[in-house]
Write a protein that binds this ligand. Structure first.
Ligand code: G6P
Length: 610
């Protein structure tokens, strides 16, 4: 996600210090970067799409001697990643620069006001540009006064930092529901969105709270509340090293990302609900007529995203009553699929850059399909080439093994299915409303599932020496079994295989013998008894069975050797919860086996080759 770094000091190397800070935020993911420096009394702004190396290349021959400035890494939300959309943004005469993390919710209204009342000509598509023009309008010789006035008009969750060439000693920053810290140096001070950005220079920081402004000069850091009363803040002493700080204290990015799932689920849902509690696909036009015109839907993706599609199929077929085929992109693109203008093609991709998915999308487009993509990275190739994009709000995913991207993809599929159903009239209002209520409870239930962590870590200690582990499930549980099995094999290198439980008897059961571990998902009320029979089948051959069920289904204890319980929840939605214990189990098994969890061998995060 976006990152902010600011420096006010005595030496003339603000440029180098800020760029170094930005680099330390690279792990968070970004798509462009920029810097604003007060150099020889003038505000100098440089920004570039792409890697920080592009920005460095741009400024490498410029001296830009400066004692203060701000920098930013952007992860696009409003407007594609481009030079012009990168931060910092400046006012009309280029004397004030602002960097911004988060979202200005009322930017459309403020933009309109700035255009109509003040004749502002906007250069970029981003909400941040509104903020700098607003500050500029209120500027009357004192930067913090102007920022305070601008804040009165701004709604949303954000952190901002501003500098001004006419008030050149200070950085003015403000926090509202987005992280911000100030670092206490020797003869210099810092601001940053994250501790790792400045950990090389300072170990003592102030944690800025919501609705607080911080004014940083080379000599001083002052914090004010929203009523402009000065606030006393205790110093926080950082005891971590830079690497563990990036991981927020977690040992691996994968574990951090597993724990970020309640937030990702909440954000993905929240951003699609309007003030009346109804789904708002915001720009994605899917009318009743269009939905009635589709006679088939293809969901096409790779890896974990493909597994999200498998669950999506159940939701869409049930709610929108349109036939859905789910296919891996590398197969779809070469098999001359039956696609025409009555086809809806849904691509799912975390990175939006997976070559097979992109080519499959192009193939479907050539044949006249309508293309909707479910993508995490804004402005990625899949997003750009789709007719419409439904963004997931997982935030940057760093670990190769995908976790939070998967659950936010699932959430997206439910939202899309529900929207299709109510628009097409294939579900009624009562079903829609009760489903929405259940969806809203999912982030809290996901938090509850995370509390199983120590139990799963201990289970992992019992299991890690096994050289093969099977997963079985029915219906949506089969889809989750594939994902659980993929997680396990990709990070622990245990030979793992998942199969629809009813299919076991047609061959795979030949492999089941004494002490073979079978993880059996039985979270579907409708299929529960069938699953108990499948568990008996493998038990009869000597398997050691770990069952998974919802809290009120206790009969499974009679069959399975061990049971993982997830919170009670409607059948359709259990995949959002049941995958989490499987992720944790895979993680702890891999840890016991001493594997390189975030970077498993032979794998890449984004596969841009065929
Ligand atoms: C790679 C990654 C997987 C991912 C798959 C599809 O194989 O290692 O984690 O699921 O690509 O990636 P995408 O970015 O299209 O979701």
């Amino acid at each position: 996600m976006c990152g902010i770094v600011g420096y006010a000091g005595q030496s003339g190397n603000a440029k180098e210090i800020i760029i170094d800070g930005l680099k330390r935020l690279e792990y968070r993911g970004y798509d462009s970067s920029g810097i604003a420096l007060i150099s020889n009394g003038k505000l100098e702004v440089r920004k570039r799409a792409g890697r920080i190396a592009n920005l460095e290349e741009m400024i490498k021959d410029e001296s830009l001697n400066s004692k203060m400035g701000i920098g930013h890494t952007r992860w696009a939300t409003h407007g594609a990643p481009s030079d012009i959309n990168s931060h910092p943004h400046t006012n009309k005469d280029g004397s004030i620069a602002v960097v911004h993390n988060g979202i200005l919710e009322n930017y459309v209204e403020l933009r309109q006001w700035l255009i109509e009342e003040h004749g502002i000509e906007f250069r970029s598509e981003v909400d941040t540009e509104v903020i700098v023009h607003l500050i500029s309008i209120y500027y009357d010789g004192n930067l913090e006064d102007a920022v305070f006035k601008a804040l009165q008009r701004m709604r949303g969750a954000y952190a901002i930092a501003a500098v001004c060439q006419d008030d050149p000693e200070k950085i003015v920053a403000f926090r509202r529901n987005a992280p911000l810290i100030a670092g206490i140096g020797r003869g210099c001070n810092f601001i940053a969105s994250d501790i790792p950005a400045i950990l090389r220079y300072v170990k003592e920081i102030y944690l800025i709270e919501n609705n607080e402004m911080v004014i940083v000069t080379k000599d001083d850091i002052k914090i004010y509340d929203i009523d402009r009363n000065e606030v006393h803040r205790d110093i926080f002493h950082v005891t971590w090293d830079a690497e563990s700080a990036e991981k927020n204290g977690y040992k691996h990015f994968m574990l951090k990302e597993i724990h970020e799932q309640p937030k990702g689920l909440y954000e993905t849902l929240r951003r699609r609900i309007d003030d009346n509690g109804m789904i708002n696909l915001d720009g994605i036009c899917l009318t009743k007529e269009q939905l009635e015109n589709f006679n088939r839907i293809y969901i096409v993706a790779c890896g974990t995203a493909y597994h999200a599609g498998l669950v999506g199929k159940f939701a869409i077929e049930k709610m929108a009553q349109i036939a859905v085929e789910v296919e891996v992109a590398s197969e779809f693109r070469y098999r001359d699929p039956f696609v025409d203008d009555k086809t809806l093609f849904i691509a799912i991709s975390q990175s939006g850059e997976t070559s097979d998915t992109l080519e499959a999308l192009r193939e479907a487009k050539r044949k006249g399909a309508r293309i909707i993509s479910v993508v995490n990275v804004v402005g990625s190739s899949v997003a750009r080439e789709s007719d419409d994009v439904f963004y997931t709000w997982a935030g940057p995913e760093i670990a190769v093994a995908s976790t939070k991207a998967y659950t936010t993809q699932l959430m997206s599929m439910y939202i899309i299915a529900l929207y299709m159903g109510i628009t097409k009239g294939t579900i009624d209002k009562e079903y829609y409303e009760s489903f929405m209520e259940d969806l809203k409870e999912i982030p809290d239930k996901a938090k509850k599932v995370l509390q199983l962590e120590s139990m799963l870590a201990s289970l992992a200690r019992d299991l890690y020496k096994n050289e093969q582990i099977f997963f079985i499930g029915r219906g949506p549980d089969a889809g989750v079994s594939y994902e659980g099995s993929l997680k396990l094999k990709e990070i622990s290198y245990i030979n793992s295989f998942a199969i629809a439980a009813g299919e076991l008897k047609h061959g795979t059961i030949a492999l089941i013998e004494k002490d073979i571990v079978v993880i059996a998902l039985a979270t579907q009320d409708k299929l529960y008894e069938k699953m108990l029979s499948n568990i008996q089948e493998v038990k009869a051959r000597g398997a050691y069975v770990i069952g998974m069920a919802t809290e009120n289904n206790k009969e499974i204890e009679m069959q399975a050797d061990k049971v993982i319980y997830i919170p009670e929840c409607r059948d359709e939605l259990t995949p959002l919860l049941s995958v989490i214990p499987l992720q944790l189990l895979a993680y702890y098994i891999a840890k016991e086996r001493g594997c390189d969890i975030d970077k498993p061998k032979n794998l890449a995060k984004s596969v841009t080759v065929e």
